[in-house]
Design a protein around this ligand. Structure first.
Ligand SMILES: Cc1cc2nc3c(=O)[nH]c(=O)nc-3n(C[C@H](O)[C@H](O)[C@H](O)COP(=O)(O)O)c2cc1C
Length: 195
């Protein structure tokens, strides 16, 4: 069966640099036979986590909004691609607000299902795509750590990360066809790895 991949666009810019890279990765994955579900986080209504911790009873978040259908689509996928620009050395607010709601899954994995021994086997593979305007050595360190620990309750490994420095203006990534090609090839490779 064709592998299923969810593609999360995390930039407020619908046609920004990370979105253009993601489009390539999506095309690559589709060309390799995957079914890809594209979701623009800016179109969803997702509340920040309110730390109510009602999820302690059964792992369900009590805030009912677009999080639950999004979570179910991600859990039904074998692959996840997340594209976010670097905002203040982390991911965008759209991306982070979505991630924090997955604390309900973390609670389920580590508190309810008694998985204190640590990581279960990886069931899913994740790709992170990011762009920042500056060129500092540590530009992606914060976001990469965030991704790694966001993927954990999804039993997902950070399979690969594509990070590009020095790109700022909307659409500037188009000046770097080698980056777009790398995104396409990586989308293909992800689909192949999941097949
Ligand atoms: C709120 C905000 C915070 C930003 N913070 C950083 C930063 O910490 N480091 C950096 O290099 N670029 C930063 N940038 C620049 C973006 O990462 C850059 O413009 C990127 O190309 C945007 O990608 P997008 O078009 O996919 O949104 C910031 C931009 C915004 C709007």
């Amino acid at each position: 069966m064709a592998p299923t991949i969810t593609a999360l666009y995390g930039s407020p810019r619908r046609k920004g640099n990370t979105a253009l890279l993601m489009k390539q990765a999506v095309q690559g994955a589709r060309d390799a036979g995957a079914t890809v579900d594209e979701i623009f986080l800016r179109d969803l209504k997702i509340s920040p986590c309110l730390e109510i911790y009602a999820c302690k009873s059964d792992g369900e978040c009590v805030i009912k909004d677009d999080f639950q259908p999004l979570r179910d689509r991600i859990l039904a996928s074998q692959g996840l691609m997340v594209a976010s620009p670097i905002f203040f050395y982390s991911v965008s607010a759209h991306t982070k607000i979505m991630m924090d709601r997955f604390q309900s899954l973390w609670v389920k994995k580590y508190w309810l299902d008694d998985n204190a021994g640590g990581q279960r086997e990886f069931k899913r593979k994740g790709l992170f795509i990011s762009v920042g305007a500056t060129s500092g050595k540590k530009l992606f360190d914060g976001a990469l750590l965030t991704m790694k620990y966001f993927f954990d309750p999804l039993d997902m490994e950070l399979w690969r990360a594509l990070t590009y420095r020095g790109i700022d203006l909307e659409g500037e990534i188009n000046d770097y066809p080698q980056h777009l090609k790398e995104a396409y090839d990586t989308g293909r490779a992800l689909a192949d790895a999941l097949a």
